[in-house]
Design a protein around this ligand. Structure first.
Ligand code: ADP
Ligand code: ZN
Ligand code: MG
Length: 487
């Protein structure tokens, strides 16, 4: 068995309105070459101007990753030629990255690990090459979009750990509102480095898998690569240090190029940008709010949710906000009584509704089915005012009519029936109509069959009351009727 070492380089697009060194719009999906100017097209003689917003977002991430922000941070030119980068150098950071030596704790699915962060640095993205038949097209809209590169130490050991790292990093970045985390659109891209070695021998010779655009591919690519390298060493061969690409159609990695070294890039300080020295006002402006890991732990401790519930609900900040609002609107229920109920509604019916109509939670949040309304429905169910079944009807009415649950319950007569007289009357009607079922119930010796027949009768009684009767009372009364009837 070999020991494996995985280090990730994650590139994220920062959600600034403009590009990092000019005032062009930084957005995805526009007509090609519409968000460009002499600066991001790399015309001779133009001067870059650093976006303070990009710097602020980069430093927020550095903070959240427990990195040190140095007293001075500056930029270098990284020289290389490629048609998607007209200047023939990329403005990046080399000697003084804006975030240094931090860590991210990842936890879940049986994994608990501290992954050290080597650094995070700010740079500009390149343009996009589109290969079409025998020609290649260039779109420079992406040139100059702010990128933050986050580099980990080789602290992970499996594809699963790397996948969890990406997922939890992504969730955190979305909470911080500095990156939309959309891996398909390339707002978050990962390069995965992996080596293996005999235990105790330290790092092996690494292979880099480039441009993985989903966390699942990170896992699959690394798992494949660890197996490939193990087979090489088993056969007495050596691993070649190279860059490989994940082929998602063939589920394997393939060589792309042999890797260049840092000195090939001829880094030198960017003369057109001043050194940045963050002052105390800047540092104080870097507020993080509650990060997802802390919120998940709090949801378990404060609301008594299970890990799975808390994990799903805190996945999106808006969902977590919605949850907390709904719980506090469910008075007079205790938090710990309301919370699991609200969680169930969100994770079953609401998720369904969102998927069905491809809505976003914030649309629901500000719209008809806002958190306050779900909170009061949950309270009304728990207090026995309405049945679970009617609650679904109430939600349908709210979506059509945009009114409060109480008004709907009143106007449609949806209160739960707990009145014994009404329930007994419904039971008698069902018994009269279901003589054959009753006869079978008396005859059968099979317990399971008996239970099924009784459940069927309860269902008939509920239907008779249009789902408004309290199922517990119906079951109890029906049992009494049946024993009385058989005497
Ligand atoms: P390079 O100079 O080739 O870019 P770096 O030292 O900057 O390499 O590391 C890039 C990434 O590769 C980091 O995430 C680092 O943790 C990881 N890494 C470096 N050496 C190894 C190795 N031997 N095995 C696995 N990962 C490694
Ligand atoms: Zn521009
Ligand atoms: Mg490097």
């Amino acid at each position: 068995m070999y020991q494996s070492f995985i280090g990730l380089e994650v590139h994220i697009h920062l959600l600034t309105k403009s590009k990092v060194f000019c005032s062009c719009k930084s957005s995805f999906g526009d007509e090609p070459n519409t968000n460009v100017c002499p600066v991001c097209m790399g015309y001779p003689g133009v001067l870059p101007r650093l976006s303070r917003e990009a710097l602020r977002m980069g430093c927020i991430v550095a903070r959240a990753l427990n990195c040190t922000i140095p007293k001075q941070t500056w930029f270098e030119r990284k020289q290389y030629f490629y048609p998607d980068m007209t200047k023939n150098y990329q403005i990046s950071q080399f000697a003084s990255p804006l975030g240094q030596r931090g860590y991210l704790d990842i936890e879940g699915r049986g994994i608990k690990k501290r992954v050290r962060i080597h650094e995070c640095h700010l740079e500009e993205d390149a343009g996009k090459m589109i290969h079409s038949g025998t020609v290649s097209l260039l779109d420079y809209n992406r040139a100059g979009v702010p990128l933050l590169e986050i580099v980990t130490e080789p602290d992970m050991e499996t594809g699963e750990e790397a996948e969890l790292f990406i997922q939890q990093l992504r969730r955190m970045l979305r909470y911080l509102e500095v990156c939309d985390g959309n891996m398909e659109e390339g707002s978050l891209r990962a390069d995965a480095n992996v080596s293996i070695n005999l235990p105790g021998k330290g790092l092996g010779r690494k292979v880099e898998i480039k441009n993985l655009n989903s966390s699942r591919f990170v896992k699959l690519g690394l798992t494949y690569e660890i197996a490939r390298q193990s087979a090489l060493l088993d056969a007495g061969k050596t691993v070649i240090q190279e860059t490989r690409l994940w082929n998602e159609n063939r589920d394997e990695t393939a060589p792309m190029r042999s890797k260049e070294n840092a000195h090939d890039y001829r880094y030198f300080p960017e003369p057109d940008l001043p050194i940045f020295e963050p002052d105390s006002a800047f540092l104080e402006s870097l507020t993080l709010g509650e990060l997802p890991a802390a919120r998940l732990a709090r949801f378990i401790a404060e609301y008594g949710l299970t890990y799975e519930q808390a994990d799903l609900i805190t996945e999106e900040k808006q969902c977590a906000d919605y949850f907390e609002k709904a719980v506090s609107a469910a008075h007079p229920l205790e938090k710990t009584t309301a919370a699991p109920l609200v969680a169930q509604w969100i994770l079953s019916d609401l998720k369904h509704l969102l998927a069905q109509e491809s809505l976003e939670l914030n649309q629901i949040n500000q719209g008809r089915l806002r958190a306050e309304r779900l909170g009061s429905i949950v309270a009304l169910i728990a207090q026995g005012t309405v049945s679970q079944k009617s609650a679904k009807q109430i939600i349908e009415h709210i979506r059509k009519e945009d009114r409060d649950p109480r008004a709907i319950i009143r106007d449609y007569g949806l209160e739960q029936i707990s009145d014994l007289g009404q329930i007994d009357a419904a039971i008698e009607q069902v018994i009269a109509a279901e003589q054959a079922t009753l006869a079978e119930l008396r005859r059968t010796e099979n317990d399971k069959r008996k239970r099924n027949l009784k459940a069927f009768l309860v269902g008939r009684v509920l239907a008779q009351t249009e789902g408004r009767a309290d199922p517990k009372i119906v079951t109890a009364r029906l049992n009494i009727h049946l024993t009385e009837g058989s005497e």
